[in-house]
Design a protein around this ligand. Structure first.
Ligand code: GLU
Length: 385
């Protein structure tokens, strides 16, 4: 790598915490930090996303990983996060690297204002040569706002800071075209479209929350934002630079040639579904032709409880996702506005308002590389017909 790059690294729980002793794997952390120090010395900027808080903390809570429920994991993360950061602090000290702890939830990613705020904080840390160490703030995340895996969380960070490289280190050397233990499983060195491999990616490690599926989704997010994503085994000796230089076998998910704008990327790559709307055939055709936003008369159904400013998934009546857009109304208001004409909207709401549920400029049509989400079940859709 010649040019100075921004590199986001994600390390999984199984690398950071020993499955046997449930203590930090200092040899790995040391090798990782030595490599990070070298990359930084060459002028690259690095952000590390590290799992392991829940895995190491479960011991203190006295629960086996396989038996742990959400609350056990939340309590375990509260116990484990300082242990993880302390372990990094010790090894970073040896290389003269200052570290910072950045704990995030999906809200920092999904809410535009918090997203930009978090971006500024990370930029500020990088400017001072500090190594941000990111994890999900598991202790405070309820089921609704939980990302659940650091693969996608780290991918969002890569999008946020416009990283060129996103490296996910795990316990296997990359992607296989079917579960790797199955006979005939073949290694996949290069991926253009992750959609080709989603079916092949079930199963996950014992300690972590992610698996190959979340890694593929994360890779897709990075690719969409113009970053190249790599999945590699977390070895001790030069775990990152050996991958970036191509010296070591790994799966390389190529950055898409024509990266989308930061606004479009933020609108289309979501971690949670706040809500959805289903639109009429005529409105669907209009959206696909790129000519209009979504007005009150275009709605067929809605789902979820959402606020003004949340991003909604937009479906046609067949259940195919068309795009995603920022809503101007809460779900309660949207319900009130069903079948209102443009003139009635202000009267119904009690304040002066236009009738765009989603304005044209706040809507992004899904492109060929965007992964669509299934429409919520029929029982969750409030019909407006
Ligand atoms: N945030 C979780 C932890 O620190 C890990 C999530 C994951 O395994 O991806 O334990």
């Amino acid at each position: 790598m010649s040019k100075n790059k921004r590199i986001v690294i994600k390390v999984g729980s199984g690398l950071v915490v020993s499955e046997e002793t449930r203590a930090p794997r200092f040899a790995f952390l040391h090798g990782l930090m030595a490599d990070i120090a070298e990359l930084r010395a060459k002028g690259h900027e690095v952000v590390l996303t590290s799992s392991g808080a829940a895995a190491i903390g479960l011991d203190m809570i006295g629960i086996e990983p396989a038996d742990a429920g959400l609350q056990d994991k939340q309590a375990a993360a509260a116990c484990g996060q300082p242990l993880i950061i302390n372990a990094y602090k010790q090894v970073a000290l040896e290389f003269g690297i200052g570290i910072a702890q950045v704990l995030l939830t999906s809200e920092e990613m999904e809410n535009r204002r918090r997203y930009l705020n978090t971006k500024n904080t990370i930029e500020r840390l990088l400017k001072n040569g500090i190594l941000p160490i990111v994890n999900e703030n598991d202790t405070v995340t309820t089921k609704e706002i939980r990302v659940g895996d650091n693969d996608r969380l780290a991918a969002k960070v890569a999008q946020m800071i416009h990283a060129e490289e996103f490296v996910m280190l795990t316990d296997i050397d990359g992607l296989y075209d079917r579960p790797p233990h199955e006979p005939g499983a073949r290694f996949v060195p290069e991926v253009t479209d992750v959609a080709d491999f989603l079916d092949a990616t079930t199963g996950k490690g014992l300690l972590g929350s992610g698996g190959m599926l979340t890694k593929m989704q994360a890779a897709n997010m990075a690719q969409n934002a113009g970053a190249s994503a790599r999945i590699a085994e977390g070895i001790i000796e030069a775990p990152i630079s050996s991958v970036l230089s191509g010296r070591r076998r790994h799966t390389h998910c190529l950055a898409h040639g024509d990266p989308q704008s930061a606004w479009r990327v933020w609108l289309t790559d979501r971690l949670q579904m706040a809500g959805s709307v289903t639109v009429t055939a005529a409105a669907a055709a209009g959206l696909r032709a790129g000519t209009q936003g979504i007005g009150t008369a275009d709605l067929v159904a809605t789902s979820g409880e959402y606020q003004k400013g949340d991003v909604l998934h937009v479906y046609d009546e067949q259940g195919t996702e068309i795009g995603r857009g920022l809503t101007n109304f809460s779900s309660n208001e949207t319900m009130l506005l069903v079948r209102c004409s443009e003139e009635e909207v202000s009267d119904v709401l009690g304040y002066d308002s236009h009738s765009d549920i989603i304005a044209d400029r706040d809507f992004a049509l899904l492109g060929e590389h965007n992964l669509s989400w299934d429409r919520p079940a029929e029982s969750e859709l409030a019909s407006m017909g």
